[in-house]
Write a protein that binds this ligand. Structure first.
Ligand code: GTP
Ligand code: MG
Length: 372
């Protein structure tokens, strides 16, 4: 889309009129007006929103307030600022001073449909809360994409839809609910395996932190140790647990194993770590694998100790089937492959860019509550 003429530059507040945590101001402006307007936007790297790629979040400040600017089309930007009226007003004044005409009352916003303003409020609140809770740029981007009115449109469509169409829409909510939920919360991954398999070393290597104690003494880890990392834009909370064996000798060891099993039960993914050099498999590990309600990924550790001719296609002697990835926490070999496989297991499919997503909280209510 070309830049509009100077006298067609406009700014509209897209969020509801009531004060909220975040306000979104859309600016459609001629190049000269946009240049003047964004003079107030400061970033350490001095990058201008006029040159930004579409969809990239630019963090910066405006009148000493932290905010985000995102270019959504050639000549259109969104300013995501504090939702208080004073903060919004100061930005609108600066935009007006730059020659941009301010739309009086959210005229064009899909979120301000008077007839269904309670629905609009639900969506606005859910998106604001989700944005506040998102921890990665990719997640924030996906949530922001939802603020273009698509959720309200779906709601409107559902009002007039027959029951089978409504059913389909609910199926859609179901299908993407885990995806949407993890835009604001971490995936839980549990590292399970026999003692000394290299679980704690793997936790440290994957998260880049010296979080868990590593030692050559089997049974070092007793309690659960967790740490977070981001892979392909997804937040992962990885838990390292006590090594599992069939005849635990002491009460602390038995309790540690119970905790490990319970963590595995509440996980989104179990990583079964076994040391190919010292294959150990036991009935408890087999039980955890069989009873798991989530995907199980087989990992061979300590690949640096393996003879050169062996590769990841070797079946694990202990498990009797293929390990899916071999890693070395010491050399880092296989770690990036492991990260990719973990993400594939957790997010096997991505929604199309234009799909409405059941953003956690009220959005799900909005799509599931009966239409008036
Ligand atoms: N060569 C090599 N040694 C490793 C690797 N990962 C772990 N180790 C060694 O294996 C031993 C056990 O490692 P840990 O990470 O403590 O194993 P664990 O599974 O957490 O053990 P427990 O907590 O006792 O169940 C230590 O001596 C580590 O240095 C690896 O990738 N390569
Ligand atoms: Mg350990």
């Amino acid at each position: 889309m070309p830049y509009p003429g100077d006298n067609c530059s406009t700014a509209s507040v897209l969020t509801a009129a009531a004060p909220g945590a975040v306000a979104v101001i859309r600016v459609q402006a001629a190049e000269s007006a946009a240049t003047r307007a964004f003079e107030e936007f400061r970033r350490a790297d001095r990058r201008s929103p006029l040159d930004a790629e579409q969809g990239r979040l630019l963090y910066g400040s405006w009148n000493s307030e932290d905010l985000i600017v995102v270019r959504t089309a050639d000549a259109t930007w969104e300013i995501h600022c504090h939702g208080g009226p004073v903060a919004q007003q100061r930005i609108l004044q600066d935009l007006a001073a730059a020659g941009i005409q301010i739309d009086p009352v959210n005229r064009e916003t899909p979120l301000a449909d008077d007839a269904h303003s309670d629905d609009a409020q639900i969506v606005t609140t859910a998106i604001q809360q989700a944005l506040q809770n998102s921890r990665t740029r990719e997640a924030a981007n996906r949530i922001l994409q939802q603020s273009d009115g698509r959720l309200l449109q779906l709601r409107r469509d559902l009002r007039s839809a027959d029951p089978s169409v409504r059913q389909q829409a609910l199926g859609h909510v179901q299908k993407w609910s885990s995806f949407a939920e993890h835009l604001t919360s971490a995936f839980q991954i549990t590292l399970i395996g026999p003692p000394n398999a290299g679980k704690s070393s793997l936790l440290n290597a994957l998260t880049g932190r010296n979080r868990a104690i590593v030692s050559a003494t089997p049974g070092t880890t007793r309690d659960i140790v967790e740490a977070e990392t981001v892979a392909d834009g997804w937040l992962l909370r990885i838990r390292d647990c006590a090594g599992i064996r069939d005849h635990a000798e002491t009460l602390p060891e038995q309790l540690g194993i119970l905790k490990a099993r319970s963590s595995a039960e509440s996980s989104d993914l179990i990583c079964m770590v076994t040391d190919e050099q010292e294959p150990v498999w036991n009935t408890q590990l087999a039980e955890i694998e069989q009873a798991s309600g989530c995907p199980v990924l087989m990992i061979q550790s300590k690949s640096d100790l393996r003879c050169g001719s062996q590769s990841r296609s070797q079946p694990s002697a202990s498990i009797g089937r293929l390990a899916e990835v071999s890693v070395s926490a010491h050399t880092g070999a296989g770690l990036s492959e492991l990260r990719s496989i973990i993400v594939q297991r957790l997010v096997p499919e991505l929604p199309e860019a234009m799909l409405p997503l059941p953003i956690p909280g009220s959005c799900t209510d909005l799509l599931t509550k009966p239409c008036r």
